[in-house]
Design a protein around this ligand. Structure first.
Ligand SMILES: NCc1[nH]cc(CCC(=O)O)c1CC(=O)O
Length: 333
C-alpha cells in the first residue's frame, strides 16, 4: 500500500548532536529565547515546504557562556562564526541569523539562501511608567550599547544621559526601573520574544532609521547545497523577494561605506509601486549633526542589480558630502 500523502512533517528540538540522514534538515541556532523563537518559525516553514523532518540544533558559543562584554569578545561576530563553523563541520544544514549581525563581506563555503519577510524594522523605547521619549523627565537615564541609537537619542533629547547596555534582552529590560528610566531595543527582538508589552514607543523609521537589515533574518547553507533539493524548495518558500531587495540595498550601503555594525549609520529601504527607495543617515556621535541622503530606482521581481547599485550610490553621495569626517565609519567587516 502506498501513502497518498506524506506523514505530517515534524519539527523537534535536539539536546545534542544529530547525525545527517535523508529526509532530515538540521537547523543550527543559538540557544537564546530570541534565537529559538525565530528559528522555530523558519523550521515550520521548511518542514511544510519540503516534507522533511526538521531538527533544531542548539550551537553553544563562547559568547553564550562568557560574561565578558560583546565588545571584548569581538562583537556579535562570535555568534555568526560559531553557526558557520557548525555548517561547515556538517553539524547542521541550515543556519538562521539576525541579518543585521551578519558581516556584509562574503564567507568562503557559505551561501545566503533566503531572506524571509521582515518583522518590524523599528527601534523601540521601553520606559518606566509607560513614558515616551518626549515624556521622559529632564536628565533621564537611557540605556543603549549602540552608537547609532545614542546619537539619535541625543539628537532628539540633548538633555538625557546615555548609558552603555549589554547582555540578552531580559537582562537589558531588567535595567528599566532598576537603574535606568528607559532602554532602546529592536522592536523585532521584543516582538519575537513575546515581550512587546514592555514597549512604550516605536520610533518612526523616517526620523529614526535603524541598522541595515534590522528585523530581517538571513538563512545560510553550505554553498554546494544551495541549488539542490530539499534546500532549493526550502529557500523558495522562505524567501521574501521584496524584503530581500530592501535588505540588500541597506547592506550594500554599509558595505560601500566600509562601515561596521557599530558605525552610527541608519538606513531604511522601502518598495512602493515598483520603486525602491533607500534613505540613509550618518550621525555625529554626540547627535549634534547628521547627514541624510535618499536614492530611488525602479525595481521589478528578479532584479538583483538595482538594490546593490542603490546602496552604492547612497554611500557615494554620503561620502561626497563629508560623512567620513562626521563620524567614525571604520571597523570594516
Ligand atoms: N544588536 C543585537 C541584535 N541583533 C539582532 C537583534 C534583534 C533584532 C533584529 O532581528 O534585527 C538584536 C537586539 C537589538 O538590537 O535590540
Amino acid at each position: 500500500m502506498s501513502l497518498s500523502s506524506s506523514p505530517a512533517a515534524r519539527v523537534f528540538r535536539a539536546d545534542g548532536p544529530v547525525p545527517a540522514r535523508n529526509g532530515l534538515l538540521r537547523i543550527g541556532t543559538r540557544g537564546s529565547r530570541l534565537a529559538i523563537a525565530q528559528t522555530t518559525t523558519v523550521a515550520e516553514t521548511v518542514a511544510a515546504a519540503t516534507g522533511c523532518e526538521v531538527a533544531l540544533v542548539t550551537i553553544t558559543t563562547h559568547g553564550d557562556v562568557s560574561r565578558e562584554s560583546l565588545a571584548q569578545l569581538g562583537g556579535t561576530g562570535v555568534f555568526v562564526s560559531a553557526l558557520r563553523e557548525a555548517l561547515m563541520a556538517g553539524e547542521c544544514d541550515l543556519a538562521v541569523h539576525s541579518l543585521k549581525d551578519l558581516p556584509t563581506g562574503p564567507c568562503a563555503g557559505i551561501a545566503t539562501g533566503a531572506i524571509p519577510q521582515r518583522a518590524d524594522a523599528r527601534d523601540a523605547l521601553c520606559a518606566r511608567d509607560g513614558l515616551t521619549l518626549a515624556q521622559l523627565p529632564a536628565g533621564a537615564n537611557v540605556g543603549t550599547g549602540s552608537p547609532r541609537r545614542a546619537a539619535q537619542l541625543l539628537a532628539a533629547r540633548p538633555d538625557i544621559s546615555v548609558h552603555d547596555l549589554r547582555g540578552n534582552v531580559d537582562t537589558r529590560l531588567g535595567r528599566v526601573s532598576a537603574d535606568l528610566d528607559a532602554v532602546v531595543l529592536a522592536a523585532a527582538g521584543l516582538d519575537r520574544s513575546g515581550l512587546a508589552a514592555a514597549i512604550t514607543e516605536r520610533f518612526d523609521l523616517a526620523t529614526v532609521p535603524t541598522a541595515p537589515g534590522q528585523g530581517a533574518l538571513g538563512i545560510e547553507c553550505r554553498d554546494t547545497d544551495r541549488g539542490r533539493d530539499p534546500y532549493a524548495a526550502a529557500f523558495a518558500a522562505l524567501d521574501d523577494p521584496e524584503t530581500h531587495a530592501c535588505a540588500v540595498a541597506e547592506r550594500s550601503l554599509l558595505s560601500a561605506l566600509e562601515a561596521g555594525c557599530a558605525a552610527p549609520v541608519g538606513a531604511a529601504a522601502a518598495l512602493h509601486d515598483g520603486v525602491l527607495t533607500l534613505s540613509a543617515t550618518v550621525y555625529r556621535l554626540d547627535g549634534g549633526a547628521q547627514l541624510t541622503v535618499e536614492q530611488s530606482s525602479g525595481w521589478t521581481l528578479g532584479d538583483a542589480q538595482t538594490p546593490l547599485a542603490l546602496g552604492a550610490a547612497a554611500a557615494r553621495e554620503l561620502l561626497e558630502r563629508g560623512a567620513a569626517a562626521l563620524a567614525p565609519l571604520g571597523s570594516a567587516r
